[in-house]
Design a protein around this ligand. Sequence first.
Ligand code: GMT
Length: 376
Amino acid sequence: MNIGITVFPTYGGSGIVGSELGRELATRGHKVHFISYALPTRLCKLDERTQFHQVDLFDYPLFEFPPYDLALASKIFEVAEAQKLDVLHMHYAIPHATAAYLAREMYKPTRYLPFVTTLHGTDITLVGSRKSFLPITKFSIAQSDAVTSISQYLAQETCRTFGLGGVEVIPNFINAQDYQRRPNESLRASLAPRGEKLLMHVSNFRPVKRINDCIHTFARLRGAVPARLVLCGDGPERAGAEQLAQDYGLADDVIFAGQVPNIAEYLSVANLLLVPSETESFGLAALEALACEVPVIATAVGGLPEVVREGETGYLVPLGDIEAMAKRAREILTDERKQRTLGAQGRLWAVEQFNTERVIPQYEALYERLAASARR
Ligand code: GMT
């Protein structure tokens, strides 16, 4: 099939999922057209089956806020016509579903081009539910030919916030080959030169990720077990977290690794992953860690309980409960057998439930269904 995909290319989990989906579809023989303002960061390779179409943004003095949504809709229309797209897949409702709706309506006199909207989380829980966006978000989701969400939790939230049912749950996925434990000894030695245990966190350091909770937790482990904390990623909360680590006198043992190109390599040397988020509709980083045999300690919020199984692949703790997080971390770090058992079970669960062979066909079936009914 010829599939058009739009994502936010530089920031956030929805862009990663959309890009990796495109890559997987291309390896299965589809032709994938990414339509966005920049090349998605996780998309290293363009080829005959994976193409990128850049949205032209026109900076005119009258436009204090250049209308990206309109430029995107025009680009989708242009690509649909030139590439004979069969279906569009929009990741993140705002403004992508709205742009797809406009493109579909513009293209209707020629052909009906169905679009799927995949909801990722903050497009419902934070941004889409704001008064200024609610009516257009609700309208654009309702106009979608199919709506999917990445967890049961998010499907329920969509129903609660917008009164919209019929959302199909297709969870996020991992490529079990790319995400597996392959410890790189020199990386491990550089992060833990005295053989310390490594606690890890991976995110975009937005307030919702509560990265300070990682540092508070780490501070409570001090003395109990020689360890270091590695924070992968970057974002607005970084400076505050660096200050907090200094205030605790922990600056030498808290490593801000920045954006790391190969996250599986980092996860492969971790002893556990901390996910203290305030809300998380899925928690892709948690799934990636499980696939790399890393036990996860996460807050029992949003869709995280659908990814992390309490006592089996890690632990779920109440939001903001630093003591509980530190207690669970101590248990894992001081008991190598427990760490290995949780890790092995995590890998098994991740591969059984969320591997690409299981999930990608669900998207393919959905595209086929929509394209068939559009042809009719
Ligand atoms: O929270 C982020 O990092 C960005 C956000 C997004 O939409 O790009 O992430 C959401 O989508 C991810 C991929 O599907 C999920 O794994 C995250 O849980 C979700 N974030 C939130 O719900 C806060």
